[in-house]
Design a protein around this ligand. Structure first.
Ligand code: LLP
Length: 852
C-alpha cells in the first residue's frame, strides 16, 4: 500500500478564484507546497457573485424569467476560462446543460424545492472547480478533480426542517483512513468544491452560506491534515475592521476559542463553524491573503502567542434590533422566560444577546441571522404583548471587546469605558465563556466608539507575538502599492526633471522615448517573428511614431485618420510599411487604404459581397475570429460570438468563393484575440489555428498574430515572458516554414513609457475616506472608469516620504466615476503637489475627451 502523504488543505474564497492573477498566485502557492513534500487538497468556492446570481435565478425561474441569468452565469465562466486559457465550453458543457434543464424544470413546475435549490446552488462550485483544476493542470501540476459529494456525507439531524436539512447541513468529521487512501491513490493535487456535500441517500446538500470554510475544516480532519490554510481577500484577522480603524493591527496568533469568538462577533474573515472540528483535532489554521501572499496572516492553534489577558479585538455588528420586555409579573415567578422565549421560537427568530433584571429582559436580534417578514417583528410583538410590555428599539450596534480572561481585566477597562459617558447604552452582556464583553448602542454611535476604544485598548508599537503590523504598514510593505514595480523605473530616476516639466495650471502627458525604443528592440529581437507593426491606436504622438520607425517597426492603422497621422509624422514613409485594418468601414475608406497602405486587412464578408469592384485584383489579409477572446477586461476581448470582429472559421468557404468571384487574393490571415494578455502561450494558439486554416488558402504567405501583449499593470502581475513567447513561436515557424509571422502590438511598446502629470487642487476627508483632487481626471485617462484599470499613482513632490494616508484620487469631472485610483496609501498631499499616474503611455491621451 502506498504511504499516506502529509496532507495540507488550502481553501480559496470567491474573490480568490475569480481572476487570472489570483490563479497564478494559487498555482505558485500549491506548487510550493508540493515541492516541500506536502500533498495539497485545494477546496474552493464559486466565482464571486455566482452564488448570488444562482439564488436570484431560483427566484426568477418559477416565472420563466431566468434565461438572462443563465446566459450571464455561463458567459462569466467562459470569460474566466478564456483568461485562464482552458477549454471552458468543453469543461462546462455538462454543468451548463444541467443548469438549463433545472431552470426549465422549475419554470414548468412553478417552484423549486429545497432539495432542488441545493442542487442548483452546488453548480457554482462544481463549475468553478472544473476551471481551477484545468488551469492548475495546464500550468503543469498533476491534478485530480473530485466531486466533494463523494468526500463529505451529511449526518441526519433530528428536529430540523427541510430547509436546514438541504441548505445548512452538517457532516461528521472523524479521521477517515479509507478516504485518505482513496485520495492518496491519485498521487496528485486534489481539487474539490467547498460548500457542498451529500446525504447518505445521494441528494446534494449545502453547508450554509460561507460553508466552504467548513468544508475545508471537515476535510482536514478526515485527512488528518498537518494544517489548513484559508486564503481570502484580507491579510488575516485584525484588532478591528481596518476600513473603520486604519490603525487596526494584524493578529498574528489566536487560540481557537478567541478566533471563534471574533468570528461570531462581527469579523467576516472566517466562518465560525469551521473552528470546532479543527480545535478538537488540534489542526492549526492559517488565514492568508491571495492578493498579498507575502504576508503570513493569522495563525489559529492551541498556542495564543502569550498567556496574558488581552483585549485583542474591538468588533462591531450593526443592524441589530432590541426587544425589551418589561413586567412585574416575572418577579419570583416561574416560567416567564420560558413563555417569552417560546414566542421567539414560534416566530422562528434566533436570539442573540440577553440581559435580565428582576423586571426587565432585553434581547437582541441580528437581522443577518433572521429572515424577517415584511411587517418586521409585528407578529412577535403581538404574541409577547400578552405576557408583558414590549418595546422595540431598532438600529442598534453591538460593540464587543474580545479577548481571553476578559473579566480579569475589567478594572483596566475603566478609563476606556468613559467613552460611553455621553452615549446611551441599551444593553450590556458579558459572555459566560469569559471571552467577550458587549455593549449595545445606537447604530449611529458605533463606528466612532470603535475607533475610540481601539485607540485606548489596543497597544500601538512594534510587532510582538500577538499583535502584528497595522493594515497600512502591511500595505506599504506588501505589493499592493507596487514598490517593486517602481524599482529602476525611468520616471523615478527622472523625477526632478518631471517636477520641472509639470505646468502649474494644466495636466500633461510625458513620454520617455528611450523606453519606447527599448521595448521595440525587445520585440524586434524575437527570432521567430518576421515583422512588427505598431498599433497606432495606442498612442499617435508624432515623436513616438518616429522613434518606432527608427527602431525598425511598421505601422498598423485602423482609420484614415491614423494613416494621415503616420504620413504627417514620418514624411516619405514607404507604402509597404503601412498596414490598414479597418472595422465596419465605409467603401471610401477601403479605397483610401488601397491607395495609401501597402496591405489591407478585411474583417467581414460584407465588403466582398457588396462592393466587389473595390477588391478586384487586390491582395488581402483576412481577420479570422478565433472563437475565444482573452484580455484584461471584457471590452477588450475581441473574439467569440459576442464580439463584432473577424470572420468565423466556419465561413471560410464563403470567403473563398467571394474572393474568387471578384478576383481578390488572400495572402494573409490575421487574428487578434484581445488586449493586455500576459500568458506567453497565447500567440502560439492563435498561430496554430491560423496555420491550420492556411492549408486551404494557397496564396497565404503571412500569419499576423495581432497585438495584445500585456504589461504588468497591477502589482501581483508578472511581466510577459518574451523568451517563452519566442520559443513557442519557433515551434510554429518550424511547422510552417514558408509563412511569415507578423505581430501588431500597441500597449507593450508605449504603456510604460508614458506618465500623466497633474497638480493637486484640493484635499478633503469625508467620513472614513480621504480625497485628493487633481486638475484632470477621466477626461485625460478614462481607463480606470471604463475598465476598472489600476494605475500606480505617486505624489511626485513627496516621493519617498512615509505613506500614511489612505485616499481616493479624483478629478474635476461631474461624474462619480471620475476616480483615477481608490484607497491609495500616500504621504499627506497639499495643494499644488505634482501627482504622477504611471503606465499612461498607451490608451491615455488617445482616449482623452473634452468632456466638461
Ligand atoms: N491589433 C488590433 C486589431 C487591435 O484591435 C488592437 C487593439 C491591437 C492590435 C493592439 O492591441 P495592444 O497590443 O495594444 O493590446 N483601450 C484599451 C485597449 C483596446 C485595444 C483595442 N485594440 C485599453 O486601454 O486597455
Amino acid at each position: 500500500m502506498a504511504p499516506i502523504p502529509r496532507w495540507v488543505v488550502l481553501k480559496f474564497g470567491g474573490t480568490s478564484v475569480s481572476t487570472p492573477d489570483n490563479w497564478e498566485t494559487i498555482y505558485r502557492e500549491v506548487a510550493a507546497r508540493v515541492e516541500r513534500g506536502w500533498r495539497p487538497l485545494v477546496v474552493h468556492s464559486a466565482l464571486s457573485g455566482i452564488s448570488d446570481q444562482l439564488e436570484r435565478l431560483l427566484v426568477a425561474a418559477p416565472a420563466g424569467e431566468a434565461d438572462a441569468l443563465v446566459e450571464a452565469i455561463e458567459q462569466r465562466h467562459l470569460e474566466l476560462a478564456g483568461e485562464l486559457a482552458v477549454d471552458g465550453e468543453g469543461l462546462l458543457r455538462d454543468s451548463f446543460a444541467e443548469l438549463r434543464r433545472i431552470t426549465a424544470g422549475i419554470a414548468l413546475v412553478g417552484e423549486a424545492s429545497y432539495r432542488l435549490q441545493a442542487r442548483t446552488l452546488a453548480l457554482g462550485e462544481l463549475m468553478a472547480t472544473r476551471l481551477g483544476a484545468a488551469f492548475l493542470a495546464r500550468r503543469g501540476l498533476a491534478v485530480a478533480w473530485r466531486d466533494a459529494r463523494e468526500l463529505l456525507q451529511s449526518e441526519p439531524r433530528r428536529h430540523v426542517g427541510e430547509r436546514a436539512r438541504y441548505l445548512s447541513a452538517t457532516c461528521g468529521f472523524a479521521a477517515d483512513v479509507e478516504l485518505q487512501q482513496s485520495l492518496a491513490a491519485h498521487d496528485a493535487v486534489i481539487v474539490t468544491q467547498g460548500f457542498i456535500a451529500r446525504e447518505p441517500g445521494g441528494a446534494t446538500v449545502l453547508l450554509g452560506r460561507g460553508g466552504s470554510d467548513i468544508s475545508a475544516s471537515y476535510l482536514a480532519v478526515r485527512l488528518e491534515a498537518a494544517h489548513v490554510e484559508i486564503w481570502t481577500d484580507v491579510p488575516g484577522m485584525f484588532s478591528a475592521d481596518p476600513r473603520l480603524v486604519p490603525g487596526a493591527r494584524l493578529l498574528r496568533r489566536l487560540d481557537y476559542f478567541e478566533a471563534q469568538e471574533i468570528a461570531t462577533s462581527g469579523a467576516k474573515v472566517l466562518h465560525p463553524a469551521c473552528l470546532p472540528p479543527l480545535r478538537r483535532s488540534g489542526i492549526p489554521l492559517q488565514v492568508r491573503c491571495t492578493a498579498a501572499p507575502g504576508i503570513d496572516g493569522t495563525r489559529i492553534s492551541n498556542d495564543p502567542g502569550d498567556s496574558a489577558p488581552h483585549v485583542k479585538v474591538i468588533s462591531i455588528r450593526s443592524g441589530l434590533t432590541l426587544i425589551s420586555m418589561e413586567t412585574m409579573g416575572m418577579w419570583h415567578q416561574a416560567g416567564f422566560l420560558a413563555d417569552s422565549f417560546d414566542c421567539f421560537k414560534r416566530h422562528g427568530l434566533s436570539v442573540d444577546l440577553v440581559s435580565t433584571s428582576e423586571t426587565n429582559v432585553t434581547v437582541s436580534l441580528d437581522a443577518a441571522a433572521n429572515e424577517l417578514d415584511t411587517d418586521g417583528y409585528a407578529g412577535l410583538v403581538e404574541s409577547l404583548g400578552e405576557l408583558c410590555r414590549v418595546q422595540v428599539i431598532e438600529s442598534c450596534a453591538a460593540i464587543s471587546l474580545v479577548g481571553r480572561h476578559i473579566r480579569g481585566m475589567l478594572h483596566e477597562l475603566g478609563p476606556a469605558l468613559q467613552v460611553f459617558e455621553e452615549h446611551r447604552i441599551h444593553l450590556v452582556s458579558q459572555a459566560a465563556n469569559d471571552l467577550n464583553f458587549t455593549f449595545v448602542v445606537d447604530d449611529a454611535q458605533g463606528p466612532r466608539l470603535v475607533q475610540r476604544l481601539h485607540e485606548l485598548l489596543i497597544p500601538a508599537g512594534p510587532a510582538d507575538p500577538v499583535f502584528g503590523a497595522t493594515r497600512n504598514e502591511l500595505m506599504a510593505g506588501a505589493p499592493s502599492v507596487a514598490p517593486a514595480m517602481r524599482d529602476g523605473v525611468w520616471w523615478a530616476k527622472k523625477r526632478q526633471r518631471l517636477l520641472e516639466l509639470a505646468p502649474p495650471d494644466r495636466a500633461v502627458f510625458v513620454y520617455d522615448l528611450a523606453t519606447v525604443t527599448a521595448r521595440a528592440e525587445a520585440l524586434t529581437s524575437l527570432t521567430a517573428v518576421d515583422r512588427v507593426f505598431y498599433a497606432v491606436k495606442a498612442n499617435a504622438h508624432a515623436a513616438v511614431l518616429r522613434a518606432l520607425l527608427d527602431a525598425g517597426l511598421s505601422f498598423e492603422c485602423v482609420s484614415p485618420g491614423e494613416i494621415a497621422r503616420v504620413l504627417e509624422a514620418c514624411p516619405g514613409i514607404e507604402r509597404d510599411l503601412i498596414l490598414f485594418t479597418p472595422n465596419f468601414a465605409a467603401p471610401a475608406e477601403y479605397a483610401l487604404g488601397f491607395d495609401k497602405a501597402g496591405q489591407v486587412t478585411l474583417d467581414n464578408l460584407y465588403p466582398l459581397e457588396h462592393w466587389p469592384d473595390l477588391f478586384r485584383g487586390r491582395e488581402l489579409l483576412v481577420r479570422i475570429d478565433p472563437g475565444h477572446g482573452q484580455g484584461h477586461h471584457r471590452h477588450v476581448r475581441t473574439a467569440g460570438s459576442h464580439s463584432k470582429f473577424g470572420v468565423p472559421a466556419a465561413e471560410l468557404d464563403d470567403l473563398l468563393s467571394l474572393a474568387d468571384a471578384c478576383g481578390a487574393r488572400i495572402v494573409g490571415l490575421h487574428a487578434h484575440v484581445g488586449s493586455g494578455i500576459l500568458q506567453a502561450d497565447n500567440w502560439q494558439r492563435t498561430a496554430t489555428l491560423l496555420g491550420g486554416l492556411s492549408a486551404r488558402l494557397p496564396h497565404v504567405r503571412v500569419l499576423n498574430l495581432g497585438g495584445g501583449f500585456g504589461v504588468p499593470e497591477k502589482p501581483a502581475q508578472q511581466p510577459l515572458d518574451l523568451a517563452a513567447l519566442d520559443a513557442s513561436l519557433q515551434t510554429v515557424k518550424a511547422a510552417y516554414p514558408a509563412l511569415e509571422l507578423w505581430l501588431e502590438p500597441g500597449r507593450f511598446l508605449v504603456s510604460e513609457a508614458g506618465v500623466l502629470l497633474a497638480r493637486v487642487t484640493q484635499t478633503k476627508g469625508k467620513g472614513r475616506v480621504g480625497y485628493v483632487g487633481l486638475n484632470t481626471g477621466m477626461n485625460s485617462l478614462i481607463r480606470p472608469a471604463l475598465y476598472g484599470a489600476w494605475h500606480d499613482i505617486v505624489n511626485l513632490s513627496r516621493y519617498g516620504e512615509p505613506a500614511t494616508e489612505l485616499v481616493n484620487v479624483v478629478g474635476p469631472i461631474c461624474e462619480s466615476g471620475d476616480q483615477l485610483g481608490s484607497e491609495r496609501l500616500l504621504p499627506p498631499s497639499a495643494e499644488g503637489d505634482v501627482f504622477l499616474i504611471a503606465n499612461a503611455g498607451a490608451y491615455g491621451r488617445v482616449m482623452g475627451s473634452s468632456y466638461n
